[in-house]
Design a protein around this ligand. Structure first.
Ligand code: PLP
Length: 378
């Protein structure tokens, strides 16, 4: 049985071609990029070039810089703890735990008051309500680019602009982990910080980055040897960085075509699902990489296992929040859905490698699993 992998929002298969290209940095070119001899120096130049190349895909390299981190979570934490100051910090109720947990910590440590804007029914932040929370004491605002559970896209450039109109001193951050390399997009000048993660686009787990406006003061989260221009101490993961660089090169070269193709696959998958069982949670104008549905009245977790037994790997929402042992997704509840809908949530997420045949087969498997479960629960 050929397994169909549709949990790409949790992680993607590392791109074999990118790993092979980067392999020399594990084997022959393993030097410390901070070393003074020419081999080390050559690697530090390669890291600099990789930073610029990655920034160039989404922003102007004259205005933005990039720091490598150990993951998207570290990039998010660096932004929160680096820039939230006395006063208040604002985010949305739909953020990933990589933002919500550091926000909770800001409050625990008495660093700042924390404020959470509600969501629209599709998972976008309610911009009007967010703006009401921003005042002259706000130091930091974080709004994710693409919601990892519903796939809703926030127009972060427009949100950042409105936030800065209310308070120009705010540092505006966006968690771009589900957006970078997938959504046609460039950073508007009001966005100060943008997080990304390699393993969502064919890179390796354990590599991330924070894009930062050069004009912002450097406020490290990790202190030590002063690597990354003092921004983030710790010897750089050169192999991970080079794999990310090559994987991003590949993703950005076909971004528009992948976007169109996956949008049509997502729609045909949705229309092949039994309308008597499945309700759609993902908005039509959301990312084509995610289709979230709910089998109302059935448990998503049981359907996930039934589908797994038939060779279809899917998620019930965020892989990270599933560790928290909370039965219901905070995002789905924040969208205003009841617990019955939240219980039946399934997330199918794609990569450019996903084929039309796989989406057709996935719909058949899900319909069969849901019908079987319905029979059993009668
Ligand atoms: N932010 C979002 C929106 C995510 O989807 C994830 C991972 O699922 C993260 C942050 C965390 O990224 P990482 O796994 O690289 O720490």
């Amino acid at each position: 049985m050929q397994t169909i992998y549709m949990d790409n929002a949790a992680t993607t298969q590392p791109c074999g071609e990118s790993v092979a290209r980067a392999e020399q940095y594990l084997k022959e070119n393993y030097f410390n990029p901070s070393a003074m001899y020419k081999e080390g120096f050559a690697l530090s130049r390669e890291l600099k070039a990789a930073r610029e190349k990655l920034v160039s895909y989404v922003a102007d390299t004259a205005s933005y810089d990039l720091t490598f981190t150990s993951c998207g979570t570290e990039a998010d934490n660096t932004a929160v703890f680096g820039y939230a100051r006395r006063g208040n910090a604002v985010t949305s109720a739909g953020e990933h735990s990589a933002i919500l947990a550091p926000f909770a910590e800001l409050k625990n440590r008495n660093v700042a008051e924390t404020r959470f804007a509600p969501l629209e029914a599709d998972g976008r932040v309610n911009v009007g309500k967010l703006l009401e929370l921003v005042d002259e004491k706000t130091t930091f605002v974080s709004v994710m680019h693409v919601n990892n559970e519903t796939g809703a896209i926030n127009d972060i450039n427009a949100v950042a602009k409105k936030v800065k109109e209310k308070n120009p001193r705010v540092v505006f951050h966006s968690d771009g982990v589900q957006g970078f390399g997938k959504i046609p997009f460039r950073l508007g000048k009001e966005v100060d910080l943008y997080s990304l993660s390699a393993h969502k686009i064919g890179g390796l787990k354990g590599t991330g980055a924070l894009i930062r406006k050069k004009a912002l003061p450097i406020r490290p989260y990790l202190f030590g040897g002063g690597q990354e221009n003092g921004w983030r101490s710790g010897t750089e993961n050169v192999f991970g960085v080079k794999t990310l660089e090559y994987a991003a090169e590949k993703k950005f070269s076909s971004l528009a075509a992948d976007y169109e193709r996956l949008a049509s696959y997502r729609e045909s998958l949705w229309s092949a699902l039994d309308p008597g069982i499945f309700a759609r949670l993902s908005p039509k104008d959301g990312t084509p990489y995610i289709l979230t549905v709910s089998a109302r009245g059935l448990r998503g977790e049981i359907l996930l296992h039934l589908a797994d037994d038939r060779g279809l790997i899917i998620g019930t929402g965020s892989a990270c929040s599933s560790n928290e042992k909370s039965r219901y997704s905070h995002v789905v509840l924040a969208c205003g859905y009841d617990k019955i809908t939240a219980d039946g949530v399934l997330r199918l997420s794609f990569s450019p490698a996903t084929t039309k045949e796989e989406t057709e087969r996935a719909a058949q498997i899900l319909n069969a699993c849901a019908r079987e479960l319905l029979e059993r629960t009668k």
